[in-house]
Ligand binder design. Structure first.
Ligand code: 3PG
Length: 210
């Protein structure tokens, strides 16, 4: 099995999403996050140039850990690895997807929202998963309920996390990192408001480092 994602995450226990239209924009977002204290980022494969964005960030900001998100197929996993992704995140879990990500050899977090999906991942030997969509799937209360059943499993919640609930998610013993898009609002990205993004990141980093 690959190395655990929790073992490679750099900086505060935060995994901000980067959704960029161009590699240059991806680098600008990553730089702003890095200046706000972020050490790890997830570039989501939801734009045409997402893979090129991963490559560009790796070369411009070698201090950052750069992963690929929204992995939905074996070919996504391979393409992300070839582009330089250092870890993989998926919103879903299927046997095909789990086997592809294991074969890739990179640390990864497959998406789960139910006990059966967690049990399936566990059958593959996986103990770190993404809990998505976290808020809509029961949020903090659900993670507490899951902790007594799946005592060895740790979660990366994403979906509905923001400054208002970040501390509560990170306080859970079965949460190893929290992810989401609240540090990189689309409107700020569009307007090139890198200072504001750095400020959001600095606020979140301070909460996570407490
Ligand atoms: C993800 O891919 O993890 C989600 O888009 C994050 O959800 P959020 O936008 O509510 O943070």
């Amino acid at each position: 099995l690959p190395v655990l994602l929790s073992g490679v995450v750099k900086g505060p226990a935060l995994l901000p999403i980067i959704q960029a239209d161009t590699p240059a924009q991806a680098v600008n977002i990553a730089k702003a996050l890095s200046e706000g204290g972020i050490g790890s980022v997830e570039v989501v494969l939801r734009t045409r140039e997402a893979l090129a964005g991963i490559t560009a960030i790796r070369s411009a900001l070698p201090q950052l850990l750069v992963g690929a998100g929204t992995i939905l197929s074996a070919s996504d996993a391979t393409a992300a690895k070839n582009a330089g992704a250092q870890f993989l995140v998926s919103p879903a879990s299927t046997p095909t997807l789990l086997e592809a990500m294991i074969d890739c050899g990179l640390p990864f977090a497959p998406g789960v929202a139910t006990p059966s999906e967690i049990a399936m991942a566990f059958e593959y030997g996986l103990t770190e998963v993404k809990f998505f969509p976290a808020h809509l799937s029961g949020g903090i209360e659900m993670l507490k309920a899951l902790s007594s059943i799946f005592q060895q499993v740790r979660f990366c919640p994403t979906g509905g996390i923001g400054q208002q609930n970040l501390a509560d998610f990170l306080a859970l013993p079965n949460v190893f990192v929290a992810g989401g898009s609240w540090l990189t609002p689309a409107a700020m990205v569009k307007a090139g408001q890198w200072q504001q993004i750095s400020q959001l990141a600095a606020t979140a980093s301070a909460i996570a480092n407490k």
